[in-house]
Design a protein around this ligand. Structure first.
Ligand SMILES: Cc1cc2nc3c(=O)[nH]c(=O)nc-3n(C[C@H](O)[C@H](O)[C@H](O)COP(=O)(O)OP(=O)(O)OC[C@H]3O[C@@H](n4cnc5c(N)ncnc54)[C@H](O)[C@@H]3O)c2cc1C
Length: 455
């Protein structure tokens, strides 16, 4: 065997697996294969001047490379079982929280010291929300911010680089079973290992699907979350964000009984493009450094959709809607809430007249031509509900960017050790469909590393 352990993917799941293996069994020969670039080479060409929108790089630096999809994220590590994944269903609630706290300690050790940990525990907003049929979920959130998150990743890489073999710009093509372990085939070479940890995240979703089919590993379809990213003056949500930083609020619509939720709140942040398998959607982040902060806050409003019969492919549904918005807007569409309510498209002129400066250069358009009525109605209802706890949310100039889609990988069948039916083949992080967040993905890496180290 070339290696004791091969890790595929250097996102939070893969990084924390490598880190934890080195804590317990530093003599192990470990390799990490990553389709994207090394951290120092990750750079999105959009500069807002020469290059204003996504040019579809071969390897998207936002989604791929050391640090995974989380490298330029807001670095919000939510320590909770209420959202961000279902790791607790496999490892138990208490253990899942312990793992997330452990990840938090490592982040602090590698540069996150001094960053703030917010908590909803005992918050007066819980009462305020429930009075308006809005439900605030429980969580502690460590906000590293995009800048400190990068520093932490850089420090972890410096720590690991002479302990683990990193192969960047190296896409793994196949994983095959061989006597005594696994063979991992890259473009030119085949490497063998006793144990293999697959942590390919969302960008590796199609690849993961293929590998599961080839190895006959059972999977089941997951949900897709569809909606918009809302951007408004930071003052509108300041009373909530100053105390909680991120508030996850769920609302059940009166019209359809669908649940709409806030997601990924970025106080004084920026709205950004996201490229998943060539489809441009929207996301957001914010910096800890006050100099890089903006005057706006952004967050997503999402509705979950799951399909069963005869159509099963929730992701395909989400992709089709995102493609439609890309077709109409050449990328992401932006619309003023007032224009949406009046049934008219936003135009460059109307955008110029608005009392808010958008942080993303998107195409003014009409989201009602893109999002299904049921989803759009739910989002509008939630905006009016939020207006009661954060007056100003339903102002005409509130910006809606579309579409935001959260794709979830299909759920792969693994046991409580996150091991597949093949001993020594683990599937973790967002690629497993079990986690959807930095803290859950990282925790899953720690969990499997400890299992391997024990064995
Ligand atoms: C813009 C943005 C902001 C976000 N903000 C937050 C946030 O604030 N808080 C939060 O909790 N979550 C956030 N998320 C989600 C979070 O980043 C993910 O949940 C997390 O990164 C998942 O970690 P992972 O290791 O499972 O996968 P990923 O981070 O996706 O990493 C997987 C890695 O595997 C590599 N890979 C894929 N296929 C192959 C292959 N065949 N061979 C080799 N390598 C491969 C990819 O290049 C990638 O680098 C954000 C996501 C984005 C895109």
């Amino acid at each position: 065997m070339n290696y004791d352990v091969i890790i595929i993917g250097a996102g939070p799941g893969g990084i924390f697996a490598a880190y934890e293996l080195m804590q317990h069994q530093p003599q192990l020969k470990v390799a990490v294969f990553e389709a994207g670039h090394a951290l120092s080479k990750r750079h999105c060409p959009i500069d807002g001047e020469k290059i204003k929108s996504c040019i579809g790089c071969k390897s998207c630096s936002i989604m791929s490379g050391f640090g995974g999809a989380g490298a330029f994220s807001d670095g919000k590590y939510n320590i909770t079982n209420d959202f961000g994944g279902a790791l607790y269903e496999y490892v138990g609630k208490k253990h899942a929280l312990d793992l997330m706290h452990y990840v938090d300690e490592i982040n602090l050790k590698f540069g996150g010291e001094g960053t703030k940990l917010y908590s909803t525990a005992g918050s007066r907003f819980k009462t305020m929300c429930i009075q308006h049929d809005l439900h605030l979920l429980e969580a502690s959130v460590r906000h590293l911010g995009t800048d400190i998150n990068y520093v932490v990743l850089k420090n972890i890489y410096n720590y690991l680089q002479d302990k683990v073999d990193f192969f960047f710009d190296t896409t793994v093509q196949t994983v095959k079973i061989v006597v005594g372990g696994y063979a991992v085939k890259c473009e030119d070479e085949v490497y063998t290992c006793e144990k293999c940890i697959v942590s390919v995240g969302r960008s590796g979703s199609k690849w993961m699907e293929r590998v599961c089919k080839e190895l006959d590993i059972p999977t089941k379809s997951n949900r897709v979350d569809l909606g918009v990213r809302v951007e408004l003056p930071a003052t509108v949500f300041a009373h909530l964000t100053d105390e909680l930083y991120e508030s996850k609020i769920v609302y059940r619509t009166r019209q359809y009984g669908d649940k709409v939720r806030t997601f990924c709140m970025n106080p004084k942040g920026s709205v950004v493009n996201e490229n998943t398998n060539g489809i441009i959607t929207v996301n957001g982040h914010s910096y800890e450094d006050p100099e890089k902060q903006t005057e706006n806050t952004n967050f997503a409003l999402l509705v979950a959709k799951e399909f069963s019969e005869p159509f099963k492919d929730s992701n395909e549904y989400g992709e089709s809607i995102a493609r439609l918005s890309n077709m109409l807007g050449g990328g992401v569409i932006v619309q003023r809430f007032g224009d949406l309510i009046r049934g008219r498209r936003s135009t460059p002129g109307r955008m110029q007249d608005a009392f808010i400066t958008p942080t993303l250069n998107a195409t003014p358009g009409d989201l009602s031509l893109v999002l299904p009525k049921r989803i759009l109605d739910g989002i509008i209802e939630m905006i009016y509900a939020l207006d009661k706890v954060a007056p100003g949310t339903a102002n005409d100039d509130t910006l809606l960017y579309g579409v935001e889609v959260k794709f979830y990988n299909m759920e792969v069948k693994v046991n409580e050790k996150l091991e597949t039916c093949y001993p020594g083949l683990y599937i973790i992080g967002d690629g497993s469909g079990i986690t959807h967040s930095l803290s859950h993905a990282s925790a899953s890496g720690v969990h499997v590393a400890r299992d391997i180290a024990e064995k």
